[in-house]
Design a protein around this ligand. Structure first.
Ligand code: C2E
Ligand code: MG
Ligand code: MG
Ligand code: MG
Length: 283
């Protein structure tokens, strides 16, 4: 009996693995097709300046609705795109699409800084800076309206190369943010060497900051650290209105989160900004 059960368990385990593996292969196959046919969309999440009390930027976020798989989260498909190298084409598409949108808005009189997430595979390519320069000049976007988001772990390897790349981007007038700050492994001595404009405090520290003393200490320290190093700070994942007084008292510069807005399709952004006045929220 035990033997039978054991066998059963092993079989189940095996078939479990099989399905997971098959699922990943399936996603990869569909992803390859989607990249070829450009079947993605971007949504844009507003970022509010807490002092100016207005929306000054957006973050572009990828969305993929597959005919067979339905909605697939970027948390699922981005890692697969990174493993397979598909992120290079996909990332190029995101960058150009986001720049085109920012340009379109600025021509309509709406100047919004455009945050674009960059994968390490993109950032570490020798032609990355040229790619970015080419894209913004082709689109005609002011470089200061582009804000590249890189996570701290992506800056750990080939450090001097990373620093050089960041300097070259800065020389162009492009903004650099460190995304998910506080969750990575970078040390403060690393941070000191990076020419970075903004730290984005990871949403895991913001979620319960009102009730969690340790999160309060971390968030307060990150804001101070950033300001002492002449960087700006964005709080990510702000869902609760009670979080705002905490952030403003500590002079956090900007916030982004469901409290003000979920990511929106481009067509909805303008109307949304006109209808939903941040001043009411921040009063
Ligand atoms: P991220 O860059 O940290 O983006 C912020 C994520 O937090 C987004 O998830 C956003 O929808 C979510 N978010 C925003 N406000 C709130 C909030 O108040 N509460 C909560 N719980 N979540 C909030 P999303 O769109 O699912 O993207 C997940 C991750 O996938 C991103 O994290 C980013 O690392 C990656 N990603 C998305 N688009 C791209 C892209 O174009 N290129 C690359 N390389 N990565 C991307
Ligand atoms: Mg981001
Ligand atoms: Mg990111
Ligand atoms: Mg983040």
């Amino acid at each position: 009996f035990a033997k039978e059960q054991g066998k059963n368990g092993a079989q189940q385990f095996k078939s479990g693995l099989r399905t997971k593996y098959d699922e990943k292969l399936k996603i990869e196959k569909r992803l390859r097709r989607a990249v070829r046919k450009k079947l993605f969309t971007l949504v844009y999440q507003p970022q509010l300046d807490l002092i100016k009390q207005r929306v000054i930027g957006v973050e572009a976020l990828l969305r993929w609705e597959d005919e067979e798989l339905g909605h697939v989260s970027p948390l699922t498909f981005i890692p697969i795109a990174e493993e397979t190298g598909l992120i290079i084409h996909l990332g190029d598409w995101v960058l150009e699409e986001a720049c085109l949108q920012a340009k379109k808005w600025s021509e309509e009189g709406l100047e919004l800084r455009m945050g674009v997430n960059i994968s390490p595979q993109q950032f570490q390519r020798p032609d990355f800076v040229n790619k970015v320069k080419q894209t913004i000049s082709k689109v005609g976007l002011a470089p200061r309206l582009l804000d590249l988001e890189i996570t701290e772990n992506d800056l750990l390897y080939n450090r001097s190369e990373c620093i050089r790349t960041l300097h070259r981007l800065k020389e162009e007038g492009i903004c650099i943010s460190i995304d998910d700050f506080g969750t990575g492994y970078s040390s403060l001595s690393y941070l000191r060497q990076f020419p970075v404009d903004t730290l984005k405090i990871d949403k895991s520290f913001i979620k319960e900051v009102i009730i969690n003393k340790k999160d309060q200490a971390i968030v307060t320290s990150i804001i101070q650290l950033a300001h002492n190093m002449k960087m700006k700070v964005v709080a990510e994942g702000v869902e609760n209105i009670d979080t705002l007084p905490f952030l403003t008292e500590r002079h956090c510069d900007e916030m982004q989160g469901y409290l003000y807005s979920k990511p929106l399709v481009a067509e909805r952004v303008k109307a949304y900004l006109e209808a939903k006045n941040p001043q009411l929220l921040l009063a």
